[in-house]
Design a protein around this ligand. Structure first.
Ligand code: SAM
Length: 181
């Protein structure tokens, strides 16, 4: 069984967009409790590599290297780069969501900021042709985000998995074909 319902969202993205393949190096941001990491570890297999990060602790998963840190902090980025040790990444996943205050004016910029950071990280680590799949919330800043992604990737689509709550504004942006430079 999976540790989270979120696992089914990644499985839906996988079915539609074939993100994960054996042997890939994957970074999973906002990984706890670990559903996506479980799915990813199974699909990349023994020759693959999963590096996962979350603010919260996460019980170990076979084949997953975990860092407990706040992705917004330089120290967290440094830890990711240290583990990668120059190895280029095939796929960056981010299911990060800020703690919701309930005030849209606060929550929306926070959520967009996390996606921007994930994009910066992806741009500094992805192989040419690499992919990024991120959770983003519809609202202020969303369209700009899509434009930015389109400038860096060949194909960008937005997906609303059936496993997402229908009333939720969450969307997954799937960007494929990273263009270096
Ligand atoms: N994909 C996960 C799974 O399948 O189990 C579920 C992820 S949950 C929806 C969002 C996660 O993002 C939370 O565990 C939260 O702690 C994490 N998160 C939010 N902000 C973060 C940050 N700044 N740095 C690291 N993790 C963060």
């Amino acid at each position: 069984g999976y540790r989270s319902r979120a696992a089914y969202k990644l499985l839906e993205l996988q079915q539609r967009d074939a993100l994960l393949r054996p042997g890939m190096t994957v970074v999973d941001l906002g990984a706890a409790p670990g559903g996506w990491s479980q799915v990813a570890a199974t699909l990349v297999g023994k020759r693959g590599r999963i590096i996962a990060m979350d603010l919260l602790a996460m019980d170990p998963i076979d084949g997953v290297e975990f860092i407990q840190a706040d992705f917004r902090e330089d120290a967290a980025l440094a830890q990711l780069h240290q583990l990668l040790d120059g190895q280029a990444v095939d796929l960056v996943l981010s299911d990060m969501a800020p703690n919701v205050s309930g005030m849209k004016a606060v929550d929306q910029p926070r959520s967009i900021y996390l996606v921007e950071l994930a994009l910066d990280f992806a741009a500094s680590t992805l192989k040419p042709g690499g992919c990024l799949a991120v959770k983003a919330f519809h609202g202020e800043g969303f369209d700009d985000l899509v434009r930015t992604l389109r400038s860096r990737f060949e194909r960008v689509v937005s997906r609303k998995p059936k496993a997402s709550r229908p009333q939720s504004r969450e969307t997954y942006l799937v960007a494929k074909g990273f263009r270096v430079g």
